[in-house]
Design a protein around this ligand. Structure first.
Ligand SMILES: NC(=O)c1ccc[n+]([C@@H]2O[C@H](COP(=O)([O-])OP(=O)(O)OC[C@H]3O[C@@H](n4cnc5c(N)ncnc54)[C@H](OP(=O)(O)O)[C@@H]3O)[C@@H](O)[C@H]2O)c1
Length: 334
């Protein structure tokens, strides 16, 4: 009798989160017979249960608990790691940082024998701008990726760098932080988006995590030797805020407008670490020709990744989503 093919186990950290869910859902449709081990601290949650129903091996593990993580990583071939650097667990000045957590989990993965390590990352704004515009949380993720690359037992270390999420445009908190668009009209009846300017050509690189990013990361697991040592910018579309409100009006018939701020310092932060970081991100983009990835857009590579994943799933090819299509999908029926 022929020996059964050994199934590769891919562990997805943060599987109930925005990035982790998209990656888990795409990998579950792979024809490669992967075992997708979805990590969560709350296996009984609705999101975890949905993944379980679709075939994921839901596994309880807290990233700060070494024993749980060692058990979670047992027999794993691949490991997707995305830690949330605004999580209160890593923002306490007395406690571990997001960088500490990332380094620890990369080390545990190597010790467990993981071969392919894919990390949700970014390149360092401090390096890209010659220290003119650091973004500490992003700079730290870049250091974790470099640390992982220095671990010799990994066959491939790949950085997947998500652009600004399209999903932010569905989030009431983001809408409020940016003047109300696309959810709350202002006193004059406009859906107003207000922000500092992007810099350069004034276009913002954006990715739909659910539509595209999950498939892009799926494709990296299919072909890790091609992407080993790379930090891959992941985006679906890039557009100006002026074009964005215009497209939203066309799709919905509602009144929308963009009001630029004079300086990145004018962006209100309300004491939130996320909004404080956004000030830094706008300063960074203004210092980097408006290029979030520190270089011109490369949608072709993103499309190539998406095509590869969809071929593996046996579903029809699809273009990475455009801003207008995204608004039509989520707001078109309003
Ligand atoms: N918003 C944007 O435009 C954007 C763009 C690029 C990058 N990012 C970055 O993306 C990151 C956030 O990713 P996301 O949006 O996927 O986050 P998310 O939706 O908040 O998901 C985070 C997941 O991590 C899990 N988790 C949290 N603490 C954990 C712990 N101690 N141990 C194990 N699991 C834990 C949670 O799962 P359980 O509760 O089930 O355990 C949760 O599902 C941030 O660093 C952010 O800066 C965001």
């Amino acid at each position: 009798m022929a020996p059964a093919t050994l199934q590769k186990v891919i562990v997805v950290y943060g599987a109930t989160g925005t990035q982790g869910t998209a990656i888990t859902l795409s990998l579950l449709q792979s024809k490669q017979n992967f075992i997708v081990r979805a990590l969560t601290r709350k296996p009984e949650s609705e999101k975890a249960q949905k993944l379980s129903a679709l075939g994921a091996e839901v596994f309880k593990a807290d990233g700060f608990n070494d024993d749980e993580m060692k058990a979670a990583l047992e027999n794993a071939w691949g490991f997707w790691l995305n830690t949330h650097h605004h999580d209160p667990a890593v923002t306490d000045p007395e406690g571990p940082t997001d960088e500490d957590l990332g380094r620890r989990l990369a080390t545990l993965a190597a010790e467990a024998g993981v071969k392919v390590f894919i990390y949700s990352t970014c390149e360092s704004p401090a390096q890209i701008t010659n220290a003119k515009a650091p973004v500490p949380g992003m700079d730290a993720k870049s250091r974790v990726e470099l640390f992982a690359r220095s671990i010799p037992s990994f066959d491939a270390v790949i950085g997947a760098w998500p652009a600004w999420y399209f999903e932010n445009f569905l989030d009431p908190e983001y809408a409020q932080a940016f003047g109300g668009f696309p959810l709350y009209p202002d006193v004059e009846g406009y859906l107003t988006f207000t922000s500092p300017r992007i810099g350069g050509q004034g276009t913002v690189q954006t990715v739909s995590v659910a539509d595209d990013f999950g498939e892009m990361v799926h494709a990296m697991f299919l072909d890790p030797e091609t992407w080993a040592g790379c930090t891959v910018p992941c985006m679906s579309d890039s557009f100006s805020y002026e074009d964005m409100v215009e497209a939203f009006m066309e799709v919905t018939g509602e009144k929308a407008r963009y009001i630029p701020m004079d300086s990145y310092r004018d962006f209100p932060t309300h004491g939130s670490t996320i909004l404080e970081e956004l000030q830094d991100v706008y300063r960074y983009m203004q210092s980097a020709h408006g290029w979030f990835f520190g270089k011109p857009d490369d949608v072709a590579t993103c499309q190539r990744l998406k095509d590869k994943a969809r071929l593996d799933k046996g579903v029809a090819p699809q273009r990475v989503i455009t801003m207008k299509e995204y608004f039509a999908k989520h707001y078109g029926g309003k």
